[in-house]
Design a protein around this ligand. Structure first.
Ligand code: ADP
Ligand code: MG
Length: 244
């Protein structure tokens, strides 16, 4: 582990109208770490992730990606290229094949020649276990396959950090495992990841640390074993108990 965090969040605050959604969130994420954020819905988890790639502009606080302050950065596209973002609804282009969905960022944003982009896209599809579906369109894929294409697309950009916002919430139960398995593989390959999920088995077995967020504040954070077996805060205990 290096001594400087890859991602540093300092006293982040955001309100929408009168509603305080992030109320002073601070934490660090080191290279190779996977942290899982859990918490009830409406407590600011998505707002936190969106602040990191500036889909949301926070009111106060700082977000640093290595030596760049995201919250002050003028060239936001340069930041977004370094951060993979995978969310519930996949966000694939319906008129493009699986392979083309992965290639488009490489050719349009990174200006990589088409042939090279195609090779990279094939490699990424193979990495998420989807060799053979290159020429299929999103409508021809299952939800689990669509989400794996979305992950492959993010990985093709060589991100420093991967953000996952409830990546399996829109999936039928039997398709959740294949997506979690890909994410587990990434964590084991030392990708740096911040994952919002309700999949407690994944949180417990894959994360280095769990952050319990409620009403825009970190109530408690710690290693998964301790959080699950000996939560210190009564709210954490209640939340984890309700899920069983
Ligand atoms: P979570 O991901 O934990 O379910 P969100 O971060 O999506 O929570 O939302 C937290 C709160 O902020 C919710 O009450 C939501 O309605 C509100 N909110 C989120 N985005 C907006 C927005 N763009 N405008 C107004 N309110 C919003
Ligand atoms: Mg959310």
């Amino acid at each position: 582990m290096s001594d400087k965090p890859l991602l540093r969040i300092i006293n982040l605050k955001k309100r929408f109208g009168d509603k305080v959604v992030l109320d002073g969130v601070s934490f660090d994420l080191y290279k190779g770490e996977t942290k899982v954020i859990i918490g009830p819905s409406g407590t600011g988890k998505s707002t936190l992730l969106k602040s990191i790639n500036r889909l949301v502009v926070p009111d106060e606080g700082e977000i640093w990606l290595e030596d760049t302050e995201i919250t002050k950065c003028k060239n936001i596209n340069a930041i977004r290229q370094q951060i993979g973002y995978v969310f519930q609804d996949f966000g694939l282009f319906h008129h493009l094949t699986a392979l083309e969905n992965i290639m488009i960022g490489l050719t349009k944003v990174k200006k990589i020649p088409k042939k090279e982009a195609m090779e990279r896209a094939r490699y990424e599809l193979n990495r998420v276990g989807l060799s053979g579906i290159e020429d299929l369109y999103p409508a021809q894929l299952s939800g689990g396959q669509k989400q794996r294409v979305a992950i492959a697309r993010a990985l093709a950009m060589d991100p420093k950090l991967m953000l996952f916002d409830e990546p399996t919430s829109a999936l039928d139960p039997e398709l959740i495992g294949e997506v979690l398995a890909v994410m587990q593989g990434l964590a084991e390959a030392d990708m740096t990841m911040l994952v919002v999920t309700h999949e407690m088995g994944f949180a417990r077995s894959v994360s280095d640390e769990i952050i319990f967020l409620e009403n825009g504040r970190i109530v408690e954070q710690g290693p998964p074993e301790r959080m699950f077996t000996q939560p210190k805060h009564p709210r954490t205990r209640e939340f984890l108990f309700k899920l069983r």
